[in-house]
Write a protein that binds this ligand. Structure first.
Ligand code: NAI
Ligand code: MG
Length: 366
């Protein structure tokens, strides 16, 4: 087989969209002879219901041994009032932490058929395909000291600290350059070196990794505020953007909205490379478990199918198959099929199941 894949459907629409990924996996096996050693397990609320915790040690062990983890979504009203330690989200946090996932990849692609649905002018987004690499485990969200202090005069102040070490910057820079070599060899690094010490270090270290390890990749630097502006003004000037946790949080959400619905957005989180260059990895749609539409066969499975395509490209070295899946999605959209979240006038509204089936039929025709 091509390697070990752990599937964690999770809760709500996570379960429904993962069924459609299974169709794509079956297609790869039947039509292309590509097989994975697949395990499936519970995470989030469904694991709480079965085992009393959001992820079991046994599932965690399988995740650590897998080449890739594919996750649907976790959470829902049924588990909202549990204490934080046993909430569904804790399952996700443990996966991210124990797998050491420090680089979050958020692509923003605009499918031709959805150009008209963008909030921007069609010419600005047509053909858009950029990748934001966000540092995920450092920076101001985790830096110490932190807290709310009461001052002698009785007023209070909230404190957070932005901290980055050379190693934290270097390892995420390597991920970004590595990905750039599989795309268009172009990286924009974004920080605010004009006002932040951590930004100065960020710029120096990214430049160092570039000069010593990836000199053939084109590197430029851009202040994060300008980057936000440029993303909306002319996003196609970018290919890979690498940035810290805080700026990445904002820039990736900004980039996501260039292309429309939550139901279309995949993501990947990567960890350190082992001796063979293999990274721990988890792939998941950006959206949550959507309790408002769960169980109704209404969810858009494309974000999760595209997340699986990312797994093929980044964990299994099957870039060609990943591109086929993306092409099949494009063709189905071009044929006028839409789930409710991406519905446009004159298009045909279809269920989760019909969307998945149609993508497999489109794969057959490629
Ligand atoms: P959400 O992403 O689940 O839903 C937001 C809105 O987008 C809803 O109206 C939903 O129907 C729609 N939507 C989302 N994905 C869709 C899809 N594939 N197709 C069609 N429509 C889609 O975010 P929300 O409502 O804030 O959270 C719901 C639950 O999901 C909560 O329990 C939250 O904690 C959890 N959540 C889990 C995440 C994860 O597992 N990574 C991420 C975000 C939220
Ligand atoms: Mg965010």
């Amino acid at each position: 087989t091509k390697g070990k894949l752990l599937i964690l459907p999770g809760d709500g629409i996570g379960i429904e969209v993962m069924r459609e990924v299974r169709r794509v996996i079956d297609w790869l096996s039947k039509k292309r002879g590509i097989d994975f050693a697949i395990e499936e397990a519970l995470v989030g609320g469904s694991s709480i219901d079965a085992y009393g915790k959001p992820i079991t040690d046994e599932t965690m062990k399988i995740a650590l041994e897998a080449d890739a983890v594919l996750l649907g979504a976790v959470g829902g009203p049924k588990w909202d009032n549990l204490p934080f330690e046993v909430k569904p989200e804790r399952g996700l946090l443990r996966l991210r932490k124990d797998l050491g996932l420090f680089a979050n990849l958020r692509p923003a692609m605009c499918f031709d058929a959805l150009v008209e649905a963008s909030t921007l002018k069609p010419d600005v987004v047509r053909g858009l395909d950029i990748m934001i690499v966000r540092e995920l485990t450092g920076g101001v969200y985790f830096g110490t000291p932190r807290g709310i202090e009461t001052l002698p005069d009785g007023s209070r102040r909230g404190v957070n600290t932005q901290v980055y070490t050379t190693e934290e910057i270097r390892r995420v820079a390597r991920v970004a350059f590595d990905i750039a070599t599989k795309r268009n060899n172009k990286v924009t690094s974004s920080e605010k070196a004009n006002v932040m010490e951590s930004g100065i270090l960020w710029r120096e270290e990214v430049t160092h990794i570039h000069d010593t390890e990836f000199p053939k990749v084109e590197l430029s630097h851009m202040y994060a505020d300008n980057c936000a502006m440029q993303l909306v003004r002319n996003p196609k000037q970018f290919d890979v953007i690498v940035t810290d946790n805080l700026f990445g949080d904002i820039l990736s959400d900004c980039a996501a909205m260039l292309t429309g619905s939550l139901g279309m957005l995949p993501s990947a989180s990567l960890g350190a490379a082992d001796a063979n260059g293999k990274r721990k990895a988890m792939y998941e749609p950006v959206h949550g478990s959507a309790p408002d539409i769960a169980g109704k066969d209404l969810a858009n499975p494309i974000a999760t199918i595209l997340s699986f395509a990312m797994a093929l490209r980044y964990s299994f070295d099957l870039g060609e198959e990943a591109a086929l899946i993306e092409k099949a999605v494009e063709n189905v959209l071009a044929g006028g099929l839409r789930t409710g979240d991406i519905m446009q006038p004159g298009m045909a509204k279809v269920s989760t199941g019909v969307m998945g089936e149609s993508i497999v039929r489109a794969l057959d025709k490629l």
